[in-house]
Design a protein around this ligand. Sequence first.
Ligand code: 13P
Length: 278
Amino acid sequence: MLVNLKTILSGLDKKAVGSFNIYSYETIHGVCRAVEKTGKPAIISFGASYLNNMSLGMVKSIVDEAVKGLPADTALHLDHCKDTDIIKAALEAGFTSVMYDGSALPFDENVKNSRAVANMAHARGVSVEAELGSIALGQYSNESDIDHGEAYTNPANAAEFANVTGVDALAVSIGTVHGMYKAEPNIRIDILREISKMVSIPLVLHGGSGTPEEKIKECIENGIKKINVNTEISQYTVKRLADIIAGDRNIHLSKLTLMQSELVSEVVEKYITLFAER
Ligand code: 13P
C-alpha cells in the first residue's frame, strides 16, 4: 500500500527504511521488485531535478500500478525541492511525502518556508521532510552541480527547527556526501548522537552511496530512520549494462530494459536488507 512518510517510518526500532531515487519505469520497477523479493518497505523517491525525465502525474500513475499487490508498504516521496509550486503540484498529483529543501537559506527563512510547506502538506495527509545543515557534493552525483560545502547540523538548532516547523522528518548533515566519496568518509556519529538526544522526529541520512556498512549501522543505531541512495544504483547498473552491451552489440532494447530493472533491484535489495537488519 502507498502510505505517507510518517507512517512508513513509524515504529522502527534501530532500523531504517531506504529511499531510492527513480526517474523512469525501469527504476520504479526495480525498486518494486526489491520490495517484492525482500517483503520489506521502501520509499520511492522522485527528485525534482528529474522533471525532464517524467512528469509528477506520470510518476504517480506508474507507481500506483507498480505497487499493486506488493507485500510491504511504500511511500511516494518528492526529493530535494526548493520550489513550492512544484511541491504544490506533487501534492495535487497524489505524492504521499515531500521534501522541502531550504538548507541553503538562513535559519529563520528555512524555518518559515518549512513550516508553511508542513501546514500545506498536512492538510492533505502528506508528510514533510526538511533539511538543516549542508551536505557536500561528492563524485558523480546527479543531485546538484553546485557544491554548497559541508556544514554539520547544529543539534540545538535542529531541536528548535523540529519544534517550530512541525515537519515529520529531518535530514541532517553529519559527513555523508551526495555522490561517491572523494576520500575516506568522516561520518560524525558524535554529532548525530547529540542531535538524536534533542530531536524526537525521525532523522534522515542523505548520501547513502558508498558509505561503509559499519558506519551505516552506527547511524541507524543512533537514530537515523531513512537513508537515501541514488548514485550507487546508477553506477552499478550502467557498468553492468555496459558489459552486457560490450558482449552483444545486437542485443534488443526490450531485453536491456528488463535487465536494467533487475540490476536496479539488486542494489536496492542489498540496501533494504542492510537497513532492516539488527
Ligand atoms: P547518493 O547519490 O550519494 O546516494 O545520495 C542520494 C540522496 O541523498 C538523494 O537525496
